[in-house]
Design a protein around this ligand. Sequence first.
Ligand code: NAP
Length: 241
Amino acid sequence: MGRLTPSFTGEVAIVTGAGSGIGRSTASALAASGACVHGFDLHFPDDECGVRFHEVDVSNRESVRKAIAEVVEEEGKLDHLVQAAGIVRDRALWKLEPEEWSSVLDVNLSGAFWMLQEAARLMRGAGGGSIVHVASINGMRGKFGQANYAASKAGLIGLTRAAARELGPKGIRVNAVAPGMIETAMTAALPEAVRAKAVAETSLGRLGGPEQVSSAILFLLSDAAAHITGEIIRVDGGQMS
Ligand code: NAP
């Protein structure tokens, strides 16, 4: 079956976490669909796939402001924002170190807020835009060893819904995808038993790939989703159903 391929010709997008996994797949799919794509990440990948990279730590508000100002100076506008930067620091909550708690909240939630706030200011001025956050099913259901991560992703879901209400009147849509376990660098090092448990939880009997998440993201960004905002779409092969 074919992939939905909306056109983003002439549109400007920023993708955080664009150096790897879901963010990389999204950035290259947007570029292939005609968008001018700026990738924000800690490191640049070897193959930039038509994406203009900026070295950005999303948890650092000044780093975010500087990079977004560069994009606006170069492009004069921002149409789309995808927030895929994220980290895990898994450990049972009674053993979790303060740094493991705060770094995950700083990147996954506060980082998303700094980006959203800057993008919202630009998009409000322009009278429209679309934003997609990459949450997780573990922010909806919780998972052993992920108190920090689940809290950050639950917060991101709340942020998505609040932003959709605040920004909808200005023509800005804000949605999220909530992936189940996806084959990326983030999950590559997990013990086989953990991966097998995730596969057993799915209805489709397999883990997803980054391109299955990025196609849902492109749908939400596109005009095909023009009446969808404040929505959280699970992309999990039925892992949470
Ligand atoms: P990934 O391959 O590790 O990609 C995450 C990217 O974010 C990496 O390039 C990473 O850079 C970057 N990043 C980390 N901290 C950053 C920071 N402070 N500023 C800017 N960039 C930063 O992981 P992924 O699986 O594609 O995850 C993408 C998103 O999907 C994350 O938000 C994750 O929580 C979410 N998600 C993933 C899964 C899954 O099973 N894979 C499931 C549900 C949700 P470095 O590599 O240099 O650290």
